[in-house]
Ligand binder design. Structure first.
Ligand SMILES: [Zn+2]
Length: 260
């Protein structure tokens, strides 16, 4: 019999997405069987916050984050920011997010994105919560924006920036979320960042149902697959798979203040 898998934390999983409505319990069971005992689930819009709270209250090891995702800009209202603050002040949450900037998808008004991003950073800063940041074609601006919030901690999920930007982020105390994209052999820049970054700033993530591993391209992603992300990272770094597993789990517990 093989040794039990070390516990892993999926630091970014959209388990509340409709893609999982038909078999959510089985997805959680498969994750646990793969050693993924803990998931951080970032909400993307205000309408989903109550159901996410219910899901996380029901299942051990599921932790909610509440936020307003830049891709759903059209659904956000100014009043959602004070509502977010109230929810975070009075109910358990691992983080603020998913929030951020996306300049890849057309038609998302940059000024309005900035308004909601900064609003959420202010709330996180005030309440002492970490932030889960989405940055697509916007890493440079995100690095600059975060600089104005001294003491703020968090993760730039699905990191896609340069080595220099990565360095600026961890100097500011930010972690990098690494998921399926690292399994693509042509992801040279990302693989270089992952091979050289300090292990204490690395988080594993699925971003399920999106961003599957290269070998599962086109399929729905699942939190169980972060063990495959870990396999890839172990081929890129000097430490053993177990050392990376233990470190990334400890990093997530520290950042999100999860129980051990
Ligand atoms: Zn996400």
């Amino acid at each position: 019999m093989s040794a039990p898998a070390l516990p892993l934390v999926d630091s970014h999983c959209h388990l509340d997405a409709p893609e999982f409505d038909a078999d959510r319990d089985a997805v959680v069971a498969r994750a646990r069987a793969a050693g993924v005992t803990t998931q951080v689930i970032p909400a993307t819009r205000a309408a989903d916050w109550p159901a996410l709270a219910d899901l996380c209250a029901r299942e051990h090891g599921l932790h909610a984050a509440y936020g307003l995702h830049p891709l759903l800009l059209a659904e956000h209202r100014e009043a959602h920011l004070p509502q977010l603050r109230d929810r975070l002040a009075y109910s358990p949450a691992a983080a603020v997010g998913e929030c951020g900037l996306d300049y890849f998808v057309a038609g998302l008004e940059p000024e309005l994105q900035r308004f909601f991003f900064r609003g959420q950073l202010e709330i996180a800063h005030e309440l002492g919560l970490p932030v889960i940041v989405h940055a697509r074609r916007a890493v440079e601006e995100v690095v600059h924006t975060l600089r104005a919030f001294s003491g703020l901690r968090g993760v730039v999920h699905s990191y896609s920036g340069s080595e220099e930007q990565a360095q600026q982020l961890w100097k500011q105390g930010f972690m990098l979320g690494i998921g399926g994209p690292v399994s693509y052999s042509r992801a040279h820049r990302l693989r270089r960042v992952v091979s050289q970054m300090p292990l204490e700033f690395l988080l594993l993530e699925s971003d399920a149902p999106d961003q599957p591993l290269a070998e599962q391209r086109g399929q729905r992603n699942e939190p169980a697959c972060i063990s495959g992300v870990l396999d890839t990272i172990a081929t890129l770094r000097p430490e053993s798979r177990d050392v990376i597993a233990a470190a990334t789990t400890a990093n997530a517990q520290r950042l999100f203040n999860l129980e051990h």
